[in-house]
Design a protein. Structure first.
Length: 620
């Protein structure tokens, strides 16, 4: 029976403990259908809520943490003057220390990332975002309760992150004579695995001002409301009540048309007051973000596509984080596979890794505000320094291209410091339309739609030839037979792909001229090609497995069994059971009837065996 679907090693089915056998169907089913955890709805949206305060003697201190099962009054501290942090954790009587998900290192990072750099001079209320690496690497995703199928239904750009956390910050700094230093300084931080920058920013706008007035009771009530929210199901429009307001959002789905589609408001008699409708959970105002670099959009898109190291130096964490997030969204619908940090500080645990000169800069986009980085990151190949937006007449002043050798002093003027030469020509018509739109006072939403459509069409024109070539590597459906291993996906040959561009290249859908072949050759060396290829290969492999299951269900197993030995039949049972578990665990695109039929086949085959073998196979 080795010929039956081959004997190639397979990864253990998801959802099984290492000690469990692939044949132990009942245990596997229990793991896949486990009951929801306490606070599961809350953790579907947020990892935790943190309050970070400034203490004159201690520096930034994590004052309060709200995770899915705890309130923690936390005396964790970090000294601003030192990059090394000593921590101590004291919990109130109402919490369970072992339930906290944040490690000490992660708490340290949150403290530093939740306050603007002292050079920023942010007075009043400031909002920004950060993204940080988990100190323990990729964590057990069972805690994410992904049995809800969110990642399977969400676009690849909006799937939950396993090894990183997003932080959404609302920072307030106002004069306060009651405080020894003369200023009230505190941040409310939402920590999540979801890149829903627009949703969480809107949520903070509602709850942060109230929290700063009413403190803990207000925050506890908000967290209880979030725990009543429906889960983020791709494709659904949800009503999310909080503090007397109902936010209405649509969760994007991977089957959506790749165009901006506003949320359609739907009325419910018991929905009062009228909902606050958010046009998107994640999209930024791209035009506002890109105003100082409109003439460089083409170059910046190429840098993002190729995964080039880029530093964004900005006067505030708001500008820094929005620019980084806008840049990394340029590749939609392609997933941004490199690292990126919307706001990065000298206290970050990766500071030495990113600033060393003993090796080439990593593939990361950094957003920084501290002028110290000008000197520290001078060896990086691409540096975008932007200031507060300035106007030249009625048009936004554009940063100029400059040589890296000019980036020497701490008072360096805004500019794009790089020696990169674009492969494609600049789209002058887009720039003219945007500039004319400014003069005609076209709404920012319309301007953003123009930018987003241009970037989407550009990325699609680049990716479609790759998708077509990849599809040609898929075995024909008639080559999938029930009693043999599914045929392999043919290998990706770069030279063959490049030859195909003559008749099926991006010139068919994009008016831009330039060295497309050169751009593809360099793209093949980038993390984005590797990420795209792995994703597509995984999807195609799952489709082959699903086709194989369907073909098996159409075959006559009883006829096949007539001349087979007991050993071969037992092997068939084990392999069918393994395929069934994998189909459930990997969520293969298989109809439920097909899975039920495979389970029926297993029972039929077992029933044909002697009683002793039946007992062993039914109760492994």
């Amino acid at each position: 029976m080795d010929a039956l679907w081959g004997a190639a090693p397979r990864p253990p089915p998801l959802g099984l403990e290492p000690s469990e056998s692939p044949g132990s169907t009942p245990t596997a089913t229990r793991r896949l259908r486990r009951p929801p955890l306490p606070w599961a709805r809350f953790s579907g949206w947020l990892e935790c809520v943190c309050v970070v305060a400034f203490d004159l003697e201690l520096g930034q201190a994590l004052e309060l943490v709200r995770s899915d099962r705890m309130w923690a009054a936390d005396s964790f501290t970090g000294l601003l003057e030192s990059s090394s942090v000593t921590a101590s954790l004291s919990l109130s009587k109402l919490v369970y220390p072992y339930d906290s998900r944040l490690t000490e290192k992660e708490k340290t990072s949150i403290c530093y990332l939740s306050f603007p750099d002292s050079y920023s001079g942010c007075l009043g209320d400031t909002q920004f975002s950060f993204r940080m690496r988990q100190s323990g690497g990729q964590r057990d995703l069972h805690s994410l309760d992904d049995d809800d199928g969110y990642d399977r239904g969400a676009p690849v750009t909006l799937q939950r992150e396993a090894a990183h956390l997003f932080g959404y910050v609302y920072f307030r700094q106002v004069k306060d004579s009651a405080v020894k230093r003369g200023y009230f300084q505190k941040s409310l931080v939402l920590v999540s695995r979801l890149p829903y920058v627009n949703l969480f920013r809107s949520l903070l706008n509602l709850i942060a001002p109230e929290y700063f007035e009413k403190l803990v009771p207000c925050l506890e009530a908000v967290c209880n409301e979030i725990d009543q929210w429906p889960p983020p199901v791709p494709g659904q429009t949800l009503n999310l009540p909080v503090m007397g307001v109902v936010m209405q959002v649509r969760i994007p789905s991977r089957v959506d048309k790749l165009e901006a589609s506003p949320v359609k408001q739907f009325n419910q008699e018991n929905l009062l007051p009228a909902p606050l409708v958010l046009s998107s959970v994640n999209e930024l105002d791209l035009f506002r973000c890109f105003q100082p670099v409109l003439i460089h959009i083409q170059l910046l898109w190429e840098l993002m596509l190729l995964g080039e190291p880029l530093v964004v130096m900005a006067p505030s964490p708001t500008i820094s984080s929005e620019m980084v997030l806008a840049l990394t969204s340029c590749l939609t619908p392609l997933k941004f596979c490199c690292d990126y940090r919307p706001y990065f500080t000298i206290h970050d645990s990766e500071f030495k890794e990113y600033t060393t000169r003993t090796q080439a800069p990593p593939n990361v986009v950094l957003g920084v505000t501290n002028p110290f980085f000008i000197k520290t990151l001078q060896h990086w190949p691409h540096i975008l320094r932007i200031g507060e937006l300035k106007m030249s007449g009625d048009l936004p002043k554009q940063v100029k291209m400059k040589k890296l050798t000019k980036l020497k002093t701490l008072d360096t003027k805004p500019g794009l410091y790089t020696s990169y030469k674009t492969y494609l020509h600049k789209d002058k018509s887009l720039i003219k339309r945007l500039l004319k739109g400014i003069q005609r006072k076209r709404p920012s939403e319309a301007q953003s739609a123009l930018v987003r459509r241009h970037l989407l069409e550009l990325t699609q024109s680049f990716i479609i030839p790759l998708e077509h070539y990849m599809a040609s590597l898929m075995p024909l459906q008639r080559a999938v037979t029930p009693w043999k291993t599914p045929p392999q996906i043919r290998p990706f040959h770069q030279d063959d792909f490049l030859k195909s561009l003559e008749h099926a290249g991006p010139q068919l859908t994009c008016v831009l001229k330039g060295d497309w072949l050169g751009l593809y050759r360099r793209f093949f060396k980038s993390p984005h090609f590797d990420g795209w290829y792995r994703q597509r290969h995984r999807e195609m492999t799952q489709k082959l497995e699903a086709l194989h299951l369907e073909v098996i269900c159409e075959a006559n197993i009883l006829t096949w069994m007539k001349d087979k030995s007991e050993v071969e039949i037992v092997d068939l049972v084990l392999k069918l059971r393994e395929k069934l578990i994998q189909a459930q665990a990997h969520r293969l695109p298989v109809k439920e009837e097909t899975l039920q039929r495979v389970a029926l086949y297993i029972d039929t085959v077992i029933g044909s065996l002697p009683d002793d073998l039946q007992a062993v196979l039914r109760h492994p």
